[in-house]
Design a protein. Structure first.
Length: 122
């Protein structure tokens, strides 16, 4: 009798533990939504967190003379290809963030999407 209860309990746990989700729901493909990327909503907060602080690209003597706290400097770096070059670690550019790991692929896609839409102050 004890063995039958254990077997029945085990079977219930196995059956109740399963559910009908598809593979895509359980394991997202990593699609990056770049459709609503704005300067104020994504790019600026990212730069403040990763780049625009004293000792890097802010303060009295910003690295490379690029002050990423000012939109005009960010836009100039975006439109001349430097911003995309450094975050994508392209040949001929100093990889950024300096002495750090490369930004996540989706983050870079969002930056590049914002640039491709004209690097607007939106």
């Amino acid at each position: 009798m004890r063995k039958a209860i254990f077997t029945l309990t085990g079977l219930c746990i196995i059956l109740l533990g399963c559910y009908d989700d598809d593979k895509e729901t359980l394991y997202p493909t990593g699609v990056c939504d770049t459709s609503g990327v704005t300067y104020s909503g994504f790019v600026q907060p990212l730069l403040v967190q990763s780049c625009a602080y004293t000792g890097c690209h802010a303060g009295a003597a910003p690295a490379g003379g690029i002050d990423l706290t000012r939109f005009a400097d960010v836009q100039a770096a975006a439109l001349n290809g430097k911003l995309s070059g450094v975050v994508n670690h392209k040949i001929g550019f100093k990889p950024m963030p300096k002495n750090g790991t490369k930004l996540a692929a989706c983050t870079i896609e969002k930056i590049d999407a914002w640039i491709s839409k004209g690097a607007l102050n939106n």
